[in-house]
Design a protein around this ligand. Structure first.
Ligand SMILES: [Mg+2]
Length: 356
């Protein structure tokens, strides 16, 4: 099989409501779709979601796509994924979302060639995974109302954004817990907004009041590795690294230095499925559980995260909800939601249809 043509389609998807977190506010999700056509009538789809966290824009994605990726891929066998990934990484050091979008399109082709859904082709550990659904920063009553609404829709795990104001964070989490009852999981994500002292104050107060927090994600700024390591050592709930575990190398460092109890791997940070496999394997050997998270990803990108999350035992947590946030997505299939779980498509490859 040979790659005949490859095209990129940038598309801004409008969010249903502005998404506020401690280090950013977003109103649209920038997505760049990739279509890879082969001489065997198999077409692969992938999607990049550039983000300020990875120092990318859709312009850097399109630029490197046109200047470098196209020339590398045309005429190549798309099933030689490790080889093609290596050649692309040799030429492009940054732009992990571009590399992720291309890498998942190659896996989509591999799955279609094998006539298997990707999660099964990658190992098929489970056929669905519980996912959190995120509540962005807002006034307390708005966040509590949102929690009520999401639980009534069947979600069983809430990811509550925090990190701007410790006192409000404590108030919000107490109010959400008393509203949703004891059986709903609550995880927190501070997006680098706390100091060591603030993180410990928030968690210790919530624990004393019996709030039962599942985990706290990225309490302190990404670059202060020892602050995060110290929170991890002192905090009574598990700490997850997200912004600290940006690249493959960062993820390995986080695991090796025991900076956090768990790591959040996002395909858009780490540069695709091939690298996510490496990071997850390393984490599993070190007995560090992994969560698969997402950026402002269309289902075109998020579907790859769902397939990945279901393929591997060590992916014990999922935060795969971004595809629900858009006024209108252009992707059908990929994954569905039921009773708090996200379920990958059983169609070959990623199982997505893109309507450009
Ligand atoms: Mg996070």
């Amino acid at each position: 099989m040979k790659i005949k043509s490859i095209s990129a389609y940038p598309l801004d998807l409008r969010l249903k409501e502005p998404f506020v977190i401690a280090n950013e506010t977003m109103e649209i999700g920038e997505n760049v779709f990739f279509k890879i056509e082969t001489d065997e009538d198999i077409t692969g789809w992938g999607c990049a979601t550039p983000d300020s966290v990875t120092s990318e824009t859709k312009d850097t994605v399109i630029d490197n796509f046109n200047k470098i990726v196209k020339n590398i891929l045309i005429g190549q066998d798309p099933t030689r994924i490790h080889f093609l990934n290596d050649v692309i990484e040799d030429k492009i050091k940054g732009n992990p979302s571009l590399r992720a979008g291309i890498n998942m399109a190659l896996y989509d082709i591999l799955g279609k060639k094998a006539d298997m859904p990707l999660f099964r082709l990658l190992g098929g550990y489970r056929d669905k995974i519980e996912t959190s659904i995120t509540i962005g920063l807002n006034p307390v009553d708005v966040m509590v109302e949102k929690a009520k609404e999401l639980v009534s829709q069947g979600f069983t795990c809430l990811k509550v954004k925090c990190g701007m104001d410790p006192d409000q964070d404590i108030e919000v989490v107490l109010a959400i817990r008393s509203t949703v009852g004891p059986n709903i999981k609550i995880r927190l994500d501070a997006n680098e907004g706390y100091t060591l002292e603030k993180a410990l104050r928030v968690i210790e107060t919530l624990e004393k009041l019996g709030t039962d927090i599942e985990m706290l994600e990225q309490p302190t700024p990404a670059k202060y590795l020892y602050a995060l390591k110290e929170v991890t050592a002192q905090c009574p709930v598990p700490i997850m690294a997200d912004e600290t575990a940006l690249t493959l190398r960062d993820s390995l460092k986080t695991v090796k230095m025991e900076i956090a109890d768990m790591i959040n791997i996002k395909l858009m940070k780490i540069g695709g499925i091939t690298n996510a496999i490496k990071a997850n394997t390393y984490a599993e050997i070190a007995e560090i559980p992994v969560m698969i998270g997402c950026m402002n990803e269309s289902m075109g990108a998020m579907a790859a995260g769902v397939h990945f999350a279901c393929a591997f035992k060590n992916v014990q947590y999922a935060d795969l909800d971004s595809a629900l946030d858009f006024e209108k997505d252009i992707v059908k299939g990929g994954a569905t939601y039921k009773d708090g779980f996200v379920i990958p498509s059983n169609k070959p490859g990623l199982g997505i249809e893109v309507d450009l």
